[in-house]
Design a protein. Structure first.
Length: 94
């Protein structure tokens, strides 16, 4: 199954390590340092240039990626748990 992160960006649900609230987690020094390092290593994909609400950490084929999304973390988490707005391997919405 795939999770829709916004715009036309999908990630495999099994690759999602965590979904984080941008407002509360980026106040921590370690989180800011992690995001800065990920950006320097070209591991960050900005899904939308709207006000970011969440970042999603994935591991795809052993490589960590960070997606910045305008969708609230609670909405993304619900989509994962309920299968809402997810797609199967044939890119069909479930």
């Amino acid at each position: 199954m795939y999770l829709h992160l916004g715009k036309d960006v999908l990630v495999r649900a099994r690759d999602v390590i965590g979904i984080f609230d941008m407002e509360t987690t980026t106040t921590g020094e370690l989180t800011r340092a992690y995001l800065k390092r990920a950006e320097a290593q070209s591991q960050v994909t900005n899904v939308s240039f709207e006000l970011p609400k969440s970042f999603i950490l994935t591991r795809e084929n052993g490589v960590e990626r960070v997606y910045i999304s305008q969708i609230a973390p609670s909405t993304l988490q619900r989509r994962l748990e309920e299968g809402e707005y997810t797609m199967d391997e044939k890119k069909r919405f479930l």
